[in-house]
Design a protein around this ligand. Structure first.
Ligand code: SF4
Length: 345
């Protein structure tokens, strides 16, 4: 049975039209789901009984279960069980400007980035748009407040699950859905060039981030296997096209790995690569894990790297660190429940 949270507003209108009902019922139903947050179709009071019965035959209300939460001062890490007993994690971060949730888009990930704990397990399947939407709904229920920002940067490569991820954006952005402003939604990709081009015509003003992490092909091939399929030139051309079509500034994420990609030459090369690009560069101190050998760059070396970029008149920030105490930081999410429990102990 289909999950009602998979339905975009427009597809729900079509559904009601197919039942010879008025399409404004989509409006009513969205309001019950996302405003009143019903748990059963029987709670609906302004839709006729036979239609409620039909909804019960056609849809479930929700497919995921919250099974654990770990809380730090500014970060909560959530473990969800899916209805095929798979597990995914999401992270809530509290910023001065609001609450942001990092959602997972797949169970496992096929991209194989060498520094990433989340991608150690191969992709098992894509998450549905409903399973992604529910991560936010369940977190809002837990914290009893509205989530204001969403980053699609958890487990999985969003462009490897393009249709469900774009439907998810439509649902959470809809005024009658979770009403999260499109400029408050960020999708992060490791660089699937054809999808970057396709995303240029996606008519929502969401932010795009590229996980760059290396300024040349030789190094990027070593740490991000996707670079062999889509080398830097192809990715940069796709991003230029994206910028030309959307006029939206792109963020480049750069994880600082000790003695791998953090030399002064690497910083200069990075400036050369991004020169003339309207972009932000986000330097991310690496979060070490027990299973991966990479180490984090020392603070003074990160600052030196930062200074070189700054002197080249480029927009650069060093990411504030969140959640490393509970392994909720970037690249530390797990996709297997057993891994997670080991982590809690
Ligand atoms: S960094 Fe993202 S794309 Fe790369 S392996 Fe990890 S989850 Fe997958």
């Amino acid at each position: 049975m289909e999950n009602i949270y998979d339905k975009t507003f427009e597809s729900l209108e079509e559904y009601f039209l197919s039942l010879n009902e008025k399409k404004f019922k989509a409006n009513q139903l969205y309001s019950w789901l996302y405003d009143k947050k019903i748990k059963s179709f029987d709670e609906i009071t302004d839709i006729k009984k036979p239609i409620i019965e039909r909804l019960k035959e056609d849809f479930t209300i929700g497919d995921i279960k919250l099974v654990n939460v770990e809380k730090d001062e500014l970060v909560n890490k959530y473990l969800f069980e899916l209805n095929d007993n798979e597990h995914v994690e999401s992270v809530l971060m509290r910023h001065d400007y609001g609450t942001s949730v990092c959602v997972s888009s797949q169970v496992g990930c096929n991209m194989g980035c060498k520094f990433c704990e989340s991608g150690r397990r191969k992709k098992v399947r894509n998450l549905t748009s409903g399973e992604m939407t529910e991560q936010i709904l369940k977190i809002e229920e837990d914290i009893k407040e509205k989530v204001t920002h969403v980053v699609i940067m958890g487990i999985g490569e969003p462009f490897d699950n393009y249709e469900n991820v774009t439907n998810f954006i439509k649902i959470i952005n809809h005024a009658k859905g979770l009403a999260i402003g499109s400029r408050h939604i960020t999708l992060s990709t490791c660089g699937i060039a054809p999808k970057i081009r396709e995303f240029a015509s996606f008519p929502y003003q969401v932010n795009l981030a590229l996980s760059l992490h290396a300024p040349n092909d030789e190094l990027r091939n070593k740490i991000m296997p996707i670079n062999k399929a889509y080398p830097l030139k192809e990715v940069m051309n796709a991003l230029k096209y994206y910028y030309k079509e959307t006029n939206r500034r792109i963020t480049f994420e750069y994880i600082m790995l000790d003695n791998i990609n953090d030399s002064e030459d690497n910083a200069k090369e990075l400036c050369k690569l991004l020169k003339g690009f309207n972009c932000y560069i986000n330097l991310i101190p690496y979060n070490e894990t027990n299973n991966i050998d990479f180490k984090r760059t020392k603070k003074d070396k990160i600052l030196k790297f930062y200074d070189i970029i700054k002197k080249n008149d480029m927009n650069v920030t060093i990411r504030k660190e969140f959640g490393s105490n509970i392994s909720a930081a970037c690249g530390q999410l797990r996709s297997k429940k057993e891994d997670l429990w080991n982590h809690f102990i």
